[in-house]
Design a protein around this ligand. Structure first.
Ligand code: CS2
Ligand code: MG
Length: 403
C-alpha cells in the first residue's frame, strides 16, 4: 500500500480545526487531528510545507517507522507544533491500518478493557451559587463527574466561567488575545468555599474536579490541595506550570489531594519524572498533542507502571477526530482513569460524522472500523478559518501570568 495524497483541511465549524486526510493507492484513507488552539496555521504550514511532501509514496502501514522518521528526522525534536503535526499523521495512519484490518481501532490495540468510558464535563459560574446550579444541572443529565470553576468576586470572568466560557468559538474574529485579570490571594480562599458549598449541595457520590490552569506556585498549590482535602476532590488539575517537574515534590509533601497534569505535554520527556516519581495521579496527555496513538500509548504504558491513570484532554478544541482516537485508546488502556468530554457545537458534529457517542456520564467508542470518525469536506468548505487566540492573564498589577 502507498500514500498517494495528503490533504490538510483548515476549517472552523464553531471553532478552528486542522484535519489531516491521507489517501492511499488501495482506496483506503485515514483521518487525523493536528489542531493547536490559537496556532492552527503554524501546524498546517509545518504539515503542508515540510511533512506531506516527504510521505508521498511511503507505505502507510509502517506507522512506527513514519513516527520515528518525522520525530528524529526533524532534528529539532519535540514541541507543540512538531508533535501536533506528527500526531495528525499518526492518527490517520492508525485509522488506515484498522480499516485495512477491518476492525475498530481498540481491537487492533489489544481489545476492550471496558465497554463504556467515564467522562466529566464543565460547570462554571460567576458566583458560587451559579456554579452549584451548573453542577446540579449536569448531574441531572447523568454526569457522575463534573469539573467546577468559579469567577473571583470583583474581577472580570476568568477561565472556565462567564458567558464566553469557550472564548474561542468562531465568529469572534480576534486581532489580539483577550486579556484576563488574575489575583491568587483572592482565588486561594475562594475555592475551598466553593467545594464546601458543593459537597453540601450534592453530597459525596459525585466526582468533583477543579482546574487551576497553571496559575500557582508549588507552595500555593500545596496550600490549596490541603485546604481541599475535606472535600475529597477527584483531582486538582494543572496547579502549577510543569516545566520544573521536580517542583511537584513540594506539593506531594503537603497534600493527598490527587493531582492531574499534562494537557500541554507533547512527549514522554515532559512527564517522565512526574510519572516515575509518582508526583501525579492522572496524566492528561491527548492523541492530538502527544504524538498521536503511538505517542499516547507509549506514555500511558509507562504511566501504568507507576499507578498513574489516563485522563485524556477533551475540551471543544480537541476535534471529534482526536476524540475518536482517544476513546479507542480509552477502551483498550488498562490504567484508564477518566475522559474529559466537553461536547461540541452542532456545526462541529455535522462536519465530523462519528460513531462514538455519549450516553449520560459515559462515552462509547462505537464499532465502526478505524477510529470511526470522518470529515465532510463539502461542509468544511463552508466554514473558513477564523483568526482566534487563546486569552492571556495578567495580575492586577499588570504582571504577565499563565492563562
Ligand atoms: C482546559 C482546556 O479542558 C481543560 O482542562 O485546560 O479547556 C484548555 O483551556 C483549552 O484546551 C485551551 O485550548
Ligand atoms: Mg485543563
Amino acid at each position: 500500500m502507498k500514500i498517494t495524497e495528503i490533504k490538510v483541511i483548515i476549517a472552523s465549524p464553531g471553532r478552528n480545526f486542522v484535519t489531516v486526510k491521507i489517501m492511499t493507492d488501495e482506496g483506503l484513507y485515514g483521518i487525523g487531528d493536528a489542531t493547536v488552539n490559537g496556532r492552527e496555521l503554524a501546524v498546517a504550514a509545518y504539515l503542508t510545507e515540510h511533512v506531506c511532501p516527504i510521505l508521498i509514496g511511503r507505505d502507510p502501514q509502517m506507522i512506527e517507522d513514519i513516527w520515528q522518521y518525522l520525530y528524529k528526522g526533524a532534528y529539532w525534536r519535540r514541541g507543540p507544533i512538531t508533535m501536533a503535526a506528527i500526531s495528525g499523521i499518526d492518527i490517520a495512519l492508525w485509522d488506515i491500518k484498522a480499516k485495512a484490518a477491518n476492525m475498530p481501532l481498540y481491537q487492533l490495540l489489544g481489545g476492550a478493557s471496558r465497554d463504556k468510558m467515564l467522562i466529566y464535563q464543565h460547570a462554571g459560574g460567576l458566583t458560587i451559587e451559579e456554579t452549584v446550579e451548573g453542577v446540579i444541572a449536569l448531574r441531572e443529565k447523568g454526569l457522575e463527574a463534573i469539573r467546577a470553576q468559579v469567577s473571583i468576586p470583583g474581577l472580570p470572568p476568568i477561565y472556565g466561567t462567564g458567558p464566553n466560557v469557550d472564548q474561542l468559538t468562531a465568529g469572534m474574529v480576534q486581532a489580539r488575545p483577550v486579556e484576563e485579570v488574575w489575583a491568587t490571594h483572592k482565588y486561594l480562599p475562594l475555592i475551598p468555599k466553593l467545594f464546601e458549598r458543593l459537597r453540601d449541595a450534592v453530597g459525596w457520590d459525585l466526582h468533583l474536579l477543579h482546574d487551576t490552569h497553571h496559575r500557582l506556585t508549588p507552595i500555593e498549590a500545596a496550600r490549596l490541595g490541603r485546604d481541599l482535602e475535606p472535600y475529597r476532590l477527584f483531582w486538582l488539575e494543572d496547579p502549577v506550570p510543569a516545566e520544573l517537574q521536580e517542583g511537584f515534590r513540594l506539593i506531594r509533601q503537603h497534600t493527598t489531594t490527587p493531582i492531574a497534569l499534562g494537557e500541554v505535554f507533547n512527549t514522554i520527556w515532559d512527564c517522565e519524572k512526574l510519572i516515575s516519581e509518582q508526583l501525579i495521579d492522572y496524566i492528561r496527555v491527548t492523541s492530538v498533542h502527544a504524538g498521536g496513538v503511538t505517542g499516547l500509548r507509549r506514555i500511558l504504558d509507562f504511566a501504568s507502571i507507576y499507578h498513574v491513570k489516563s485522563a485524556c484532554h477533551g475540551p471543544m478544541d480537541i476535534s471529534p477526530v482526536a476524540m475518536g482516537a482517544n476513546v479507542h485508546v480509552d477502551r483498550w488502556v488498562p490504567n484508564f482513569g477518566i475522559q474529559e468530554f466537553s461536547g461540541y457545537l452542532e456545526a462541529t458534529h455535522e462536519m465530523f460524522p462519528h460513531s462514538w457517542y455519549q450516553q449520560g456520564g459515559y462515552l462509547y467508542s462505537g464499532e465502526a472500523i478505524g477510529h470511526g470518525v470522518d470529515i465532510d469536506e463539502k461542509i468544511a468548505a463552508k466554514h473558513p478559518y477564523v483568526q482566534a487566540y487563546l486569552p492571556v492573564a495578567r495580575g492586577t498589577d499588570g504582571t504577565m501570568g499563565s492563562w
